[in-house]
Design a protein around this ligand. Structure first.
Ligand code: BG6
Length: 493
């Protein structure tokens, strides 16, 4: 048997890309609600307004595109005449019963979703939580229960209540630690017995690339991003401590964006570059899962003149309350070199050169058939903690036929390769793996480009890049394939 009977097969989503209902049920605005859509060659934008002069504008923004430069005295804001994909997304808010039924039909054991912080505390610093928001997720978890689906809840997936971004500059301020822990404890108490797995910050290492997306930090600098990451580490430790107290059966995991980094050549300079570049990812897990600031990062902060607003208690908390498990997203590998070569590689976290051995999709993301085995071994060897793949998949501009069929054999092929490599890590190498959730299991908005046409799902949603479409759901060929994979527990891919 490749996987044990408790192996958690399922799919993953995020509120800002899937839920919609952006002002319904008392929800407040989040940082994602002021992001327009973009395209493969056109960055998303954050729109802003100066509340005194009324002047409006926008700043290009996206994974690594900028640190969200908003003019002094202006604030990110929703503007008339702009299109914001998060506002309706693919409308899980009104389709949750239908969607969870489809997940049940595929045999999901787990469904990863995020709670939108601004649905629970509309401004982030409200005295009382918003009951309608809490009730919405109660309804969702009750629906999951009907199909024996375990929820895996991300507490913060690329969205901070907008008010906190404007008032405190988001996670750059230590104030966010207490506000987040209040939010986290509110939901962990409320959903006691219904939710057993939480993740604190989606791809916490996003802070490295974008302070705004990772932590609601406007005009971020290396200093404010370092502080933002530190504040999130402390908040994570406090959440682990609180969760165990509220319900010892709850596990709180870290969520890291992880892609193996290859050196293009055997030149030791290339090998060293791969090793050093990888520290920008490992740092986040060394602290949140390993419990300590690594020496290489302390040295870097000294060199760069970065000084943290910290306390000795912070470091005790980090050491005593590390994440219970390490979850990660993994889409592709990166390749780096110190030599001059043509061609850049794509991907949200992929910033290297083309790997001549790999094929790419229309967005330049490479498919790497060995990636999960390599990633799982690297992370297990370093942290010795249970792992969980909570994102993996491929974006594609799927075509729908007149009779609503989607023949996505390219997606099946990608997943077959990836799952085979994941299975090898478990059966050959003995990695302790808790589960696998395919990213965007029902079509949703792309985080990187804000597009609908970049689809990941097993289920097609009729919605386009202008926000038009019936929002009807149609299973793709991969839906039936994944159902079989779950039924035979990964024996036959
Ligand atoms: C991960 C994010 O980085 O990649 C998701 O956690 C995102 O939110 C996913 O959707 C795929 O990226 P994209 O840009 O294709 O949506």
């Amino acid at each position: 048997m490749a996987f044990d009977d408790n192996f958690l097969w399922g799919g993953a989503t995020a509120a800002n890309q899937y839920e919609g209902g952006y002002l319904e049920g008392g929800k407040g605005l989040s940082t994602a609600d002021v992001m327009t859509n973009g395209a493969v060659d056109q960055p998303r934008r954050v729109t802003w307004k100066n509340p005194t002069t009324g002047e409006t504008g926008s700043t290009p923004f996206g994974f690594g595109a900028s640190n969200c430069q908003v003019p002094e005295d202006a604030e990110p804001a929703v503007l008339d005449g702009e299109y914001y994909p998060s506002h309706t997304a693919t409308d899980f808010y009104h389709h949750y019963k239908e969607d969870i039924k489809l997940m049940g039909e595929m045999g999901f054991k787990v469904f990863r979703l995020s709670i939108n912080w601004a649905r629970i505390f509309p401004n982030g610093d409200d005295a009382q939580p918003n009951e309608a928001g809490l009730q919405f997720y109660d309804n969702v978890f009750d629906e999951c229960k009907k199909y024996n689906i375990e929820p895996l809840v991300t507490l913060s997936h690329y969205e901070t209540p907008l008010h906190l971004a404007i008032k405190y500059n988001g996670w750059a301020d230590r104030k966010l630690i207490d506000l987040f822990v209040k939010y986290a404890t509110t939901v962990i108490k409320r959903y006691k017995g219904k939710v057993h797995y939480y993740l604190t910050f989606n791809e916490i290492n996003m802070m490295e690339m974008s302070g705004y997306m990772g932590g609601g930090i406007i005009n971020a600098t290396e200093q404010t991003k370092a502080q933002g990451a530190h504040n999130q580490f402390v908040a994570s430790a406090l959440t682990v401590r609180a969760a165990h107290k509220i319900d010892p059966s709850v596990q709180v995991g870290q969520m890291l964006a992880y892609g193996p980094l290859y050196a293009l050549t055997a030149d030791p300079n290339d090998q060293l570059k791969a090793q050093v570049d990888m520290q920008n990812t490992y740092f986040y897990a060394d602290v949140q899962t390993g419990g300590h600031y690594p020496a290489y990062r302390i040295k870097k902060y000294e060199r760069d003149g970065i000084k943290l607003d910290d306390t000795p208690e912070d470091y005790e908390l980090l050491a005593h309350y590390p994440a219970d498990f390490l979850s990660f997203s993994c889409y592709g590998s990166s390749t780096v070199t110190t030599h001059d070569v043509d061609g850049k590689d794509g991907g949200n976290f992929v910033t290297g050169v083309k790997n001549p051995y790999l094929k790419t999709n229309a967005w330049g993301w490479a498919t790497d058939p060995q990636i999960l085995r390599i990633a799982l071994n690297n992370l297990y060897d370093r942290y010795h903690k249970p792992l969980w793949i909570v994102e993996n998949g491929i974006g594609w501009a799927d075509e729908i036929t007149a009779d609503h069929k989607i023949h996505d054999d390219y997606r099946i092929e990608y997943l077959q390769q990836n799952l085979a490599s994941m299975r090898d890590a478990v059966t050959i190498d003995g990695v302790d793996l808790m589960g696998y959730t395919m990213w965007g299991c029902i079509d949703l908005v792309s985080a990187g480009t804000g597009e609908m046409r970049k689809r990941y799902g097993f289920v097609y949603v009729d919605r386009d890049d202008k926000g038009e479409g019936s929002l009807n759901r149609y299973p793709k060929d991969s839906f039936y394939w994944y159902k079989k994979v779950i039924a035979n527990n990964g024996e036959d891919l």
